[in-house]
Design a protein. Sequence first.
Length: 480
Amino acid sequence: MKITRNLTLMTDLYELTMMNGYHELGTENKTAVFDVFFRQAGQISYAVSAGLEQAVDYIRNLHFDDEDIEYLRRNTPFSDSFLLTLKNFRFTGDVWAVPEGTIVFPNEPIMIIRAPLAQAQLIEPAILNIINHQTLIATKASRVKKSAGNASVAEFGLRRAQGPDAGIYGARASVIGGCSSTSNVLAGQAFDIPIKGTMAHSWIMSFESELEAFRKFAEIYPDNTLLLVDTYDTLRSGIPNAIKVFDELKARGKKPVGIRLDSGDLAYLSKKARKMLDEAGHKDAIIFASCDLDEFVISSLAEQGAKIDAYGVGTRLITSQNMPSLGGVYKLAELTENGKQVAKIKISDTHEKITNPGFKTLYRVYDEEGMAFADLIALEKEKIDESKPLTLTHPTMRWKTTTLEKYTLRKLLVPVFEKGRLVYELPALGEICDYNEVEKKSFWDEYLRNVNPEIYKVDLSDELYELKTRLIAPHFGGKK
């Protein structure tokens, strides 16, 4: 199932203002190259790319309806000749992107757009909206799953998501990052995600007693009895009543699923609950925990020896509460001028905001053990001879070098659109999840740990570094 809409006007006004300006100047068809990347932000050291499928759907469906053009005519000062060109507007450019589920790092291009300048300008806000959000949530989910270890993680964030789209696409991104299911039924239907859920406290409160509520639930769902035990008193009421119902189920030849803890000291309660369940003969009953969880809380629970088999993670995952924005940007890197490709660079007094110029590509360098060693950003035209040793250099402290005698290279960016035609076969969500698992296994744990990770090497090729230095020099030369 696809959720497809015409989002062409989901752009910032200044993009259309610039498009009209390019039209008036006759420069709208200059070939431009833009990079999508994210800067170092918050606590993350890496990201899990996500959102490409929705970006593809957006680009394929780009067109201005008659009512869109009339709206612009009434509300903007754009020329009639420009508005007339919008009637036949379609994306005719090229796109490269890293596949969804790829582990990526700050400042490296995760998507490259080469298209007529006006087209490339229009799509900036929507591309960033789609890629920023899903990559952010997939990354948060990856961190949560890292802390959860062998325990499964269900995405439970719909009611706290910042709007319907955030709930739907956030669920999709969460699964890419490592969640095994979602509570969101529409997301489950749209993307073939397993849907999971238990019960609310209101179910239990709607009966005369907790025991009656448990029994009725077990009667209706004898093969899916997972009981919420913290409505009144977890240890004195909830778990003892759950055990009574589990005993009754087993007597009928049914297997209880387990209990859910949603409040209180989860470490203490889970250990007590495990002991009570085991002593009652229900060693295979799982303990499912929820309640304002994130990667840090889950790590703390593990350190305390909590006996938790599965987690339901909601608010702090679907909103990426401690880091609500990825900070992805879309920057011009090259423009055709007088028939020549001219590299472009954004200059800033802040080193991190100086962009990498030119039409580029991205390589992942694997050592002789097959583990990811570094990423290399290079100009697309560069040729790298894999039969020769490869020297990697720190992108700013050029005296720091490492030479690999044996290595392999993998080009991370793959063609997605060629001259407006989709050339990439979009994988199913399950394939993306499997790919992400392979990706994670190719990195040493030190690079992906949640606290104080080792900094992964992202290098600029010599040619790219020289180009960047040459373009920077006129702007800082002579400054005191």
